[in-house]
Design a protein around this ligand. Structure first.
Ligand SMILES: [Zn+2]
Length: 259
């Protein structure tokens, strides 16, 4: 791990940025698309825009505004809207990934007060890095663990060697034709995280990767980051993994059979 990348954070731009995570009554720019800098593309109520507050150096920052309804999120969308969102987002991400200006391109999402996000209005981010290759920090072990549920060209596993700690779900898309199933897995895992996880959890991140020619999504329930991880790099694992594996499997089977 001696080849770490460092990314310069532009503090002055951050200071101008609205924060509705701290102050719910603050102005929500995503409820006013007319004020956004540049709309790059659109699919019904889903907007792909340039980030008005680009706070990362040597980067091209964009935002996918997931819905025109403030307060709705992955846990409340119809299955159809979720599938449309994932198709659109993956498409934009793969297109940007082909741009020779970028060394690598990230697609990720913050939701909830402990996720690191500043705006409540549901959105994802696609960021092209001119100097950073995110795959440098990845290891195969971060995505290994018991398989919880499997469909054609798509499966969900639980990390036995998490990247950050505690619980991490890995959703693998082996063939892009299974993208709707991939979307259903992400949505159901988010619902499970927000409604069924113990201790209760109101925050999560989605991190998408292109790794060994496949598309992967890591769903990470967020709690306060462990001081043992921050201070010493010691990764903690939940001792309830076996229970969660069985419980999530039953939850997924129930939700898929209810269709
Ligand atoms: Zn809003």
């Amino acid at each position: 791990m001696n080849k770490r990348n460092y990314l310069d954070f532009l503090c002055a731009i951050q200071e101008e940025k609205p924060n509705t995570m701290i102050d719910e009554s603050a102005y929500c720019p995503f409820c006013h698309p007319e004020s956004l800098t540049e709309i790059l593309d659109q699919k019904d109520s889903i907007l792909f825009v340039k980030n008005k507050f680009p706070n990362l150096s040597h980067s091209f920052q964009t935002v996918i505004i997931e819905t025109d309804v403030c307060g709705q999120h992955i846990g409340t969308y119809s299955k159809e809207h979720m599938r449309k969102l994932i198709r659109f987002s993956i498409d934009k991400w793969l297109q940007m990934s082909k741009d020779p200006r970028f060394k690598s391109v990230l697609l990720y999402k913050n939701h909830g007060p402990l996720s690191g996000g500043s705006l409540r209005h549901a959105h994802m981010q696609i960021v092209g890095f001119e100097k950073i290759d995110y795959t440098l920090h990845l290891q195969d072990s971060f995505f290994k663990g018991p398989k919880v549920h499997e469909s054609t060209s798509c499966f969900l596993s639980l990390s036995s060697h998490p990247m950050i700690g505690f619980i991490e779900y890995n959703i693998f898309l082996e063939n892009v034709e299974a993208i709707d199933t991939f979307s259903d897995y992400i949505q159901q895992t988010v619902i499970y995280t927000l409604d069924h996880l113990s201790p209760p959890c109101d925050s999560f991140n989605l991190f998408f990767y292109q790794w060994h020619g496949k598309i992967l999504c890591k769903v990470v329930p967020r709690y306060i980051t462990s001081p043992l991880f921050l201070g010493y790099g010691i990764i903690q694992r939940s001792n309830r993994l076996e229970f969660i594996e069985k419980d999530l499997k039953a939850f997924l089977e129930d939700s898929f059979s209810a269709e």
